[in-house]
Unconditional design. Structure first.
Length: 315
């Protein structure tokens, strides 16, 4: 299509964006992705989803540890590109890299900027009770996700949607938006909308501590966190002296806790495990014991009596 593109990304979200580009006939001259990392129980060095896809497609792949040194950047040939498309790359791009392509660097970001700048916009949107999310195409600058927005697409967050489900939808939405808008953006046909910094929120990187559940919280907050932190880090409670991961849930607005203490399992049936919260009731629909697969609470109740048990906060 006459455009010289580069692509920088690492996880599956970025791989989905790259698939859309390839399906639309765009073949990047260069693909940047993070170095192979240890993964799995054997800690074997593993290629990123972007690297795997790029090599399968016969694309040039480079994996610099850093882009901060000019002697690392110059041989990449970034100045020969029309633009570098960036999606969840994970490395800081210094000004020399941002300025190198003719039209600079274009970022595909999984939020409606300026809300949720930063590393984890998808889970924090769910955890915070946002009614909608979306994707933005942003002209990159030195600040963290502060650049002007060239195109965006919003989508509602469904009431039972998990972070992994929203992630998959936004990746598809981002790929579609990029393919639709890339030509007009590079032709100068889209007006850049400056972000209002006073409306900015920050989506910090997740940690294992974010998976802690405190049953004194309102049921609505607990439900949001269970959905927001699936798949990482996963919300954890305790059942007896054993950790129990809670993977899926919904609000049980039609169930009365009857003054039961927070964390008390009120009942279990084929629709889930009903647990009293500080306010209201949460219906947990998928759980996991250590070293085992995910199951329904009803299947767990056949192994161990649950009704009347009290779930504890995570250790």
């Amino acid at each position: 299509m006459g455009l010289r593109l580069g692509f920088a990304g690492t996880p599956e979200f970025a791989a989905t964006i790259l698939r859309h580009l390839l399906a639309a006939g765009y073949r990047p001259e260069l693909v940047l992705t993070q170095p192979d990392r240890p993964a799995g129980r054997g800690r074997k060095l593993t290629a990123s989803p972007v690297k795997t896809l790029a090599l399968d497609e016969g694309l040039r792949v480079e994996q610099p540890v850093s882009l901060k040194r000019a002697e690392t950047v110059d041989p990449l040939g970034l100045a020969e590109l029309d633009t570098l498309i960036v999606a969840a790359y994970g490395l800081i791009l210094p000004q020399a890299v941002l300025d190198a392509p003719r039209a600079g660097c274009l970022n595909v970001h999984a939020s409606l900027l300026p809300r949720w700048r930063g590393a984890a916009p998808i889970p924090w949107a769910i955890a915070s009770g946002d009614a909608q999310s979306g994707v933005c195409l942003m002209q990159m600058e030195a600040g963290l996700d502060t650049g002007p927005v060239l195109a965006s697409q919003a989508t509602p967050i469904e009431s039972r949607e998990t972070a992994v489900e929203l992630h998959n939808r936004l990746a598809q939405l981002g790929g579609d938006l990029l393919v639709q808008e890339l030509g007009p953006i590079l032709a100068g046909e889209r007006d850049a909308q400056m972000q209002d910094d006073t409306l900015a929120t920050y989506a910090r990187k997740l940690s294992r501590d974010d998976g802690r559940i405190e049953w004194e919280w309102p049921a609505e907050d607990i439900d949001r966190r269970i959905r927001a932190f699936n798949p990482y880090p996963g919300c954890v409670a305790t059942l007896g002296d054993e950790p129990l991961k809670l993977w899926r849930s919904r609000l049980a607005a039609d169930v009365d806790a009857n003054d039961a203490a927070p964390g008390t399992v009120l009942s279990v049936d084929d629709s889930g495990m009903y647990v009293a919260a500080g306010e209201g009731v949460v219906c947990v629909t998928e759980v996991q014991r250590p070293g085992r697969g995910r199951i329904t609470p009803e299947a767990l109740s056949r192994q161990q009596a649950l009704a009347g048990e009290r779930l504890g906060d995570a250790p």
